[in-house]
Design a protein around this ligand. Structure first.
Ligand code: ADP
Ligand code: MG
Length: 242
């Protein structure tokens, strides 16, 4: 099968600081890549650069084997992105949060936008919350709304940046369940997370980053049971301790 996404020798600098160093990745349709690593290792910068939200200093992004600029990646809604913070508009209802980009970016009329919004709200199981305002929902429900908003734009690949890190522990599973459903429906995903249960169960590959580099890119079985790199072993010891 062809690669849906290829990242080639990607480098990101913030002024003189080299945040992402010569990253290479190949992802096939329906792959679930889990990215982990210590704070400041460049995980967010990497996926933001892939999504076209961060300028890269050198390298290439290929979508379905064709090189694409940041601009065309954004314009074609290749990526849906979900952040730690939900970034919902507080003055709009759940439904309106989802229809707004459909109407403004995709130029859909109200009827078509509503139809898509209801479909994606059903997918994340909060259609009954559609007329409420974000602040009246739980964190888990708000994050599911943010996922629905991304899905509504019909992206080819979903990128998640620590989607459960801001949630109370009892709400983490409802968000992971929605992500699991998406994975089972065949969505291609890159997920920055330290939820290692999710990684063990669903990842095609687990990537460990440190200091802007990919230190290890391995199958979940090998990553957890037979890590190649000393740095990976130390990291695993730290996070699996809890
Ligand atoms: P992670 O997501 O793994 O915690 P980040 O990608 O957020 O790491 O950050 C990687 C490095 O780049 C960090 O040292 C961080 O301080 C730095 N960095 C991130 N964003 C910026 C920015 N906008 N300007 C300057 N430095 C940044
Ligand atoms: Mg980050």
């Amino acid at each position: 099968m062809n690669n849906i996404l290829e990242v080639k020798n990607l480098n990101v600098h913030y002024k003189k600081f080299h945040a992402v160093k010569d990253i290479n990745l190949s992802i096939k349709q329906k792959d679930i890549f889990v990215v982990c690593g210590p704070s400041g290792s460049g995980k967010s910068t990497l996926i933001r650069a892939i999504a076209g939200l961060e300028k890269y200093s050198s390298g290439k992004i290929l979508i379905n084997e064709k090189e694409m600029s940041e601009k065309s990646i954004m314009k074609n809604n290749i990526f849906g992105m979900v952040f730690q913070q939900f970034n919902l508009f507080p003055h709009l209802t759940i439904l309106e949060n989802i229809t707004l980009p459909l109407r403004k970016v995709k130029k859909l009329n109200r009827i078509d936008a509503n139809k898509i919004a209801l479909e994606v709200l059903n997918k994340v199981k909060i259609e009954d919350q559609k007329d409420k305002y974000p602040s009246t929902l739980s964190g888990g429900q708000q994050q599911r709304c943010a996922i629905a908003r991304s899905l509504a734009m019909n992206p080819s690949i979903m990128l998640f940046d620590e989607p459960t890190s801001a949630l109370d522990p009892e709400m983490i599973n409802e968000v992971l369940d929605v992500m699991t459903d998406l994975a089972n429906l065949g969505m291609t995903m890159i997920v920055v997370t330290h939820e290692m249960g999710f990684a063990k169960k669903l990842a095609s590959k687990v990537i460990f980053m440190d200091n802007g580099m990919i230190v290890e890119n391995n199958t979940p079985d090998n990553f957890f049971n037979y890590p190649k790199e000393e740095r990976t072993k130390i990291f695993l010891k730290q996070i699996l301790k809890h």
